[in-house]
Design a protein around this ligand. Structure first.
Ligand code: 4GY
Length: 245
């Protein structure tokens, strides 16, 4: 998959996309990230990307002409027009379902706003989808774009190990993951649950499922309400009730 990013702060993207799973995915060409500096598409001597808002008010607005020139440069020579996504607190809240759909695209372009935002005509005429990473405001669209890229990349075939990707699919049957433990067996007086040391794989599987249900019900009861529960799940939840958990 190719992801084009349009930003006035291209340097911000260097480190987060160079390491760990995303860095490896790029090296392996499973993911290609192309960063466009919007400033490169200005035509004036001072390379101005922003201007004051019509109607007055505080702050600056990203000018439409360099933004659209940058989009057109990306689209030039492309077989199909890749969907254009704007990172915005006014967008649709990002969820797994949308990520899974976007992971099926060959190419997407992500627009990062800054200051007060971008000229609305660009949103109306060139943006296909506005995406929000949550109901709060960051100083720019760059960090939200990196969240989108990261979450999208791990859904691409081969990016995360095969075993984990199966887990990843089942995770989004809307039950949380079970708790994980590693050595030492006793850490500052806190023991690893003994069932995990028992070697009884069936007991471990059942315990993990029960803990996952418990955590989900504690933290996000509405997720549990949507989930397709098995007979065993219902039994495990009843056990939790009986334990007062
Ligand atoms: N939340 N989800 C978000 C954001 C910053 C003003 C436009 C968000 O996606 N983006 O807070 N973006 C704003 C700042 C200009 C971008």
């Amino acid at each position: 998959m190719r992801i084009n990013v349009l930003t006035i702060f291209p340097e911000m993207f260097a480190s987060p996309l160079d390491h760990s799973i995303i860095g490896r995915a790029r090296q392996r060409r499973l993911l290609e990230v192309r960063i466009s500096d919007i400033r490169d598409f200005t035509t004036d001597r001072h390379r101005v990307v922003d201007d004051s808002p019509y109607g007055g008010g505080a702050g600056m607005v990203l000018k439409p002409d360099p933004l659209v020139a940058a989009l057109e440069a990306i689209q030039a020579g492309a077989a199909q027009r890749a969907p254009v996504i704007l990172m915005s607190p006014q967008g649709e809240r990002l969820e797994h379902r949308r990520l899974a759909a976007l992971a099926g695209e060959h190419e997407v372009s992500i627009l990062c706003g800054h200051y007060e935002g971008i000229d609305e005509r660009v949103v109306e005429q060139w943006v296909d989808l506005e995406v929000s990473i949550g109901d709060y405001v960051t100083t720019g669209g760059e960090l939200p774009a990196m969240v989108l890229i990261d979450a999208l990349a791990r859904l691409l075939p081969g990016v995360v190990g095969k075993e984990e990707s199966v887990v990843q699919d089942s995770f989004f049957s809307t039950i949380f993951d079970y708790p994980h433990y590693t050595r030492p067996q006793c850490f500052r007086g806190h023991e690893v649950p003994s069932v995990l040391l028992s070697g009884n794989h069936e007991a471990i599987r059942r315990w993990r499922r029960k803990q996952a249900l418990k955590k989900t019900r504690q933290q996000r009861p509405e997720l549990l309400a949507q989930a397709e529960l098995t007979e065993e799940d219902v039994k495990l939840l009843a056990e939790l009730d009986a334990e007062g958990a």
